[in-house]
Write a protein that binds this ligand. Structure first.
Ligand SMILES: Nc1ncnc2c1ncn2[C@@H]1O[C@H](COP(=O)(O)OP(=O)(O)OP(=O)(O)O)[C@@H](O)[C@H]1O
Length: 291
């Protein structure tokens, strides 16, 4: 559905993205994971032409994105980012309706679509529709951001740390909602994060970036079992190391695994939450910055 072929973006001497090749299959959720400055956002923005590559090709459903005018491309790809970018002077309904209006949809169709989308992201249409963005909580606004990105029925979604600014509980709920929505709609998605746990929970596969290069792509299990280098090994073992430290601090030597006790709404491959222990044990070490 999405294919990057040796894509490079240069800013002067800096290679922000360095020869990245990557395929995302239809219906797949690929997480782009990496530290600050590793090139994740640049890679994402080249797909919807917010940034033009220096070299390489990007295909969307087999077609070179360079052949589609940027505004048309952006109307066909849902884009969600941390700052949300809702227009403050428009109501929530008007914000969600922006792309359908530009596409000339009939008012009745737009209204029905807005209400259906608010339902989908678990907001009450009657209570929310006519409010302004500053009358919403951060979590509600981020749900509206997801609804707006879905408004014109895109097959592809690009998400750039969409839940990064939210408190952990809201973030957890939004992650679950997003997993449900994307399964329901069969979306193909690329989800940028620097949070390893979010990557494991959401990604069908994870693409790890470092210094503009693609270090490794695979399921969380594959990356944990056979990391290509120490950087990937450290990254992948961080959540388990943190979990062990937390358990030790809570005095849980009798504590069984099963740490999250939730309702089973995990990603399908069960990559997290079982007894699989990854390599790269490094007691007491706090090297990586995953929050
Ligand atoms: N317009 C620009 N001019 C010069 N350098 C840039 C520009 N945009 C990005 N860069 C550099 O390119 C590199 C990759 O940036 P990018 O925003 O893609 O990283 P990232 O992995 O998304 O980081 P973060 O997680 O902090 O958002 C960084 O070193 C950044 O400073």
């Amino acid at each position: 559905m999405i294919e990057l072929q040796k894509v490079t973006k240069r800013h002067g001497d800096l290679l922000a993205v360095d020869g990245v090749s990557l395929r995302v299959e239809p219906g797949e959720l690929l997480v782009l994971l990496g530290g600050s400055g590793s090139g994740k956002t640049t890679t994402l923005k080249m797909i919807n032409r917010l940034i033009e590559p220096t070299s390489g090709r990007i295909l969307l459903d087999g077609r070179d994105v360079a052949e589609t005018p940027p505004h048309a491309l952006r109307r066909s790809i849902g884009y969600v980012f941390q700052q949300i970018g809702l227009f403050p002077h428009l109501t929530i309904a008007e914000n969600i309706a922006i792309t359908p209006s530009l596409l000339g949809w009939a008012p009745a169709r737009i209204r029905a679509r807005v209400d259906a989308l608010l339902d989908l992201v678990e907001l009450d249409p009657a209570a929310i529709r006519d409010r302004r963005p500053d009358e919403l909580s951060g979590g509600q606004a981020q749900r509206v951001g997801v609804a707006r990105a879905l408004a014109a029925e895109p097959k592809v979604m690009l998400l750039d740390e969409p839940f990064g600014a939210l408190d952990p509980l809201t973030r957890d709920r939004l992650q679950r909602s997003f997993l449900r929505i994307r399964r329901q709609l069969g979306l193909t998605a690329i989800f940028v994060t620097h949070d390893m746990i979010e990557a494991i929970l959401l990604g069908d596969r994870i693409a790890v970036m470092g210094r503009g290069r693609l270090l490794q792509v695979g399921t969380a299990r594959e990356l944990a079992r056979a990391p290509v280098d120490d950087e990937v090994a450290q990254l992948l073992s961080t959540p388990q190391r943190q979990a062990r430290r937390v358990e030790a601090l809570l005095g849980g030597e009798g504590g069984e695994g099963g740490d999250d006790g939730d309702d089973g709404d995990h990603s399908d491959d069960g990559a997290a939450g079982d007894t699989d222990v990854s390599p790269g044990e490094a007691p007491g070490e706090t090297s990586k910055e995953t929050p």
